[in-house]
Write a protein that binds this ligand. Structure first.
Ligand SMILES: Cc1cc2nc3c(=O)[nH]c(=O)nc-3n(C[C@H](O)[C@H](O)[C@H](O)COP(=O)(O)O)c2cc1C
Length: 188
């Protein structure tokens, strides 16, 4: 069965980003594609140290839990990272994770090739588009397929548990999720 990994970059317990990813995953599942949401909440993801060891070993030598996440992405058909916006850009952990995931893929079996997905940004007021653009760089350099929607993948939410108040944002994400699943099914 095809599978999509959704990666949540929020440290919060009742995270808006997690709520948005849950809505997205629900639509993907409705299309008969399996999902798994992984949270970085309890992780301390280090940045790439440019050791290039992944080129010879096939995985990252930093022992902080990202290797297991990389293995799950390696075996998936779709990948959706989602970030809360911090000071106008993506929270640091998710970018550190994306840079290491991309480095391992490019230096080895290129497991990201033709993987379907796209980024999601969640913020109280501003910085969504730059955050999406920042995360989009990961997709286009890694030969991935970015699914569309009828707006950009952004949701407005500040206090915990407010993501569903942005109805247009949630609907945009739902259609995006549906499209990710449909593209995966077409490819397969
Ligand atoms: C350090 C920090 C910086 C933030 N910077 C921004 C920002 O630049 N723009 C914005 O609209 N919201 C900003 N926020 C608010 C969060 O993006 C918002 O609360 C979001 O819903 C958090 O998602 P989460 O619940 O998934 O963690 C910031 C929050 C924190 C903790």
């Amino acid at each position: 069965m095809s599978k999509v990994i959704l990666l949540c970059g929020s440290p919060r317990k009742n995270s808006n980003t997690m709520d948005v990813l849950s809505a997205c995953a629900e639509e993907i599942e409705k299309e008969g594609v399996d999902t798994e949401i992984i949270s970085l909440k309890n992780e301390s993801i280090r940045s790439c140290i440019a050791c290039n060891k992944c080129v010879s070993t096939g995985n990252c030598i930093l022992n902080d839990g990202l290797e297991e996440i990389i293995e799950k992405i390696r075996n998936a058909d779709g990948f959706i990272p989602a970030a809360p916006v911090y000071f106008g850009t993506a929270r640091g952990d998710i970018m550190a994770a994306l840079q290491r995931i991309g480095k391992v893929s490019r230096g080895n079996d290129k497991f990201l090739d033709w993987m379907v997905g796209g980024p999601i940004a969640v913020a109280r007021r501003g910085g969504h588009t730059l955050t999406l653009q920042e995360m989009m760089m990961f997709f286009s350099i890694n030969n991935m397929i970015i699914a569309g929607s009828t707006y950009w993948n952004m949701v407005f939410a500040g206090p915990e548990g407010t993501a569903f108040e942005d109805e247009e944002g949630i609907n945009t994400i739902k259609l995006f999720g549906e499209n990710v699943a449909k593209i995966i099914k077409k490819i397969n």
